[in-house]
Write a protein that binds this ligand. Structure first.
Ligand code: UDP
Length: 362
């Protein structure tokens, strides 16, 4: 079986790493399986791309389509045009896409139009919020994929409701968590750990990059000023996403507690998360990781496509207003952590299950 694996953006790299390892293992045990790795070039900054290949031991891509930035449509179209050429030159039995970025949707469409089967890893999750570009990517990808690998029963049920064939849906768990377990013994403090006098539980991690929080400059500034005041004497480490950085520009906010740092590599970011007092974020992936690491997570969004991080895990949705964040945070200070557990099959063996199932489909 010849598989083409697609990765374009930071969360994709974290998801493909264990799948590639599982393929290599099957190959070593004599299974007929090969893969070609296509990097679309959607993320191209060193600290959003190369660092993840190095730290997670992902082999260098066979090709980089080098699409870079653009509007949603420009980027999607550029990926489709470039991937069509790639797939015509290097046909395969199956294109495997992960997550919900533009590369996921663009390559799924291109593959199907060339009559190539598509497997979607992290299929079926839905926020119900069509203002999120990722929700559109999820819906389109799932409407044309041949095999669906899901992280929860809820995601499988969403797919069934949308008319997917039951025999094509496989509840296998979460590949992000495979990566977490495979690398947990390598988590390392960032270079600024001592400089900022960080100690276990004396700081909060903040990440923000969703349009609903960062596209409007003044609301972003109000949010940061509000968080700076809310945390009292706790430090807040803010690895700032390039998207957020470009919106803040040269604004000097005179913040007391928030420390801006570059986007972190996986190993130092996860060290920071594992040792933090709490996390404030609008990332979906981070709410899964904090659930595994039992770290309180406050998600600055009105909806989540990962409800199990809230019903089972440590996540609390707080909406996008600073007033509500302050209210929920103060309640947490009074009452402490909520009780949480680990979602079913988030056990570090998901990639192995995926590859075994794919091989049974030949
Ligand atoms: N991440 C990282 N360094 C950072 C911020 C995030 O390694 O500075 C990792 C994080 O651990 C998670 C993933 O990137 O696994 C989430 O990426 P992002 O927030 O871009 O995507 P989303 O989850 O929102 O799709």
């Amino acid at each position: 079986m010849k598989i083409t694996i697609i990765a374009g953006a930071r969360p994709n790299f974290i998801k493909i790493a264990p799948i590639i390892k599982a393929i290599e293992q099957k190959k070593d045990s004599g299974e007929k399986i090969t893969y070609r790795l296509v990097h679309t070039g959607q993320h191209y900054d060193k600290n959003l791309s190369d660092t993840f290949f190095e730290e997670l031991n992902i082999p260098l891509p066979d090709i980089n389509l080098d699409v870079k930035s653009g509007t949603q449509s420009e980027q999607t179209a550029a990926i489709m045009v470039a991937f069509e050429q790639e797939l015509l030159k290097n046909p395969c039995d199956l294109v495997l896409v992960v997550g919900d970025v533009n590369s996921t949707m663009a390559c799924a469409i291109t593959a199907k139009k060339l009559n190539t089967k598509v497997a979607h890893v992290e299929a079926g999750i839905r926020s119900g919020d069509l203002t999120m570009p990722e929700e559109i990517n999820r819906m389109v990808t799932d409407s044309i994929s041949d095999y669906f690998f899901t992280t929860s029963i809820t995601a499988s049920e969403n797919l069934l409701r949308n008319g997917a064939d039951k025999s094509a849906i496989h509840f296998v768990g979460n590949v992000m968590i495979d990566t977490l377990y495979q690398n947990q013994n390598k988590f390392t403090p960032p270079s600024f750990w001592k400089e900022h006098q960080l100690e276990s539980k004396n700081y909060i991690i903040l990440t923000l990059h969703r349009p609903s929080n960062v596209d409007e400059e003044q609301s972003l500034i109000n949010l940061l000023l509000g968080i700076d005041k809310m945390v009292g004497y706790k430090k807040v480490i803010f690895p700032i996403h390039p998207r957020t950085k470009s919106i803040l520009g040269e604004n000097n906010l005179n913040l007391k507690n928030i420390i801006f740092v570059e986007p972190q590599g996986y190993l130092s970011f996860m060290y920071l998360i594992q040792n933090s007092f709490a996390v404030i974020t609008d990332s979906g992936g981070i709410s899964e990781e904090t659930t595994i690491l039992n770290i309180p997570c406050f998600t600055m969004r009105n909806t989540t496509e990962r409800p199990e991080t809230e019903t089972i895990g440590t996540n609390t949705l707080v909406g996008t207003s600073i007033e509500n964040l302050v209210k929920v945070y103060n309640e947490f200070l009074l009452k402490g952590k909520k009780e949480s557990g680990i979602p079913e099959l988030w056990d570090g063996k998901t990639s192995e299950r995926i590859v075994t199932i794919l091989l049974s489909k030949k």
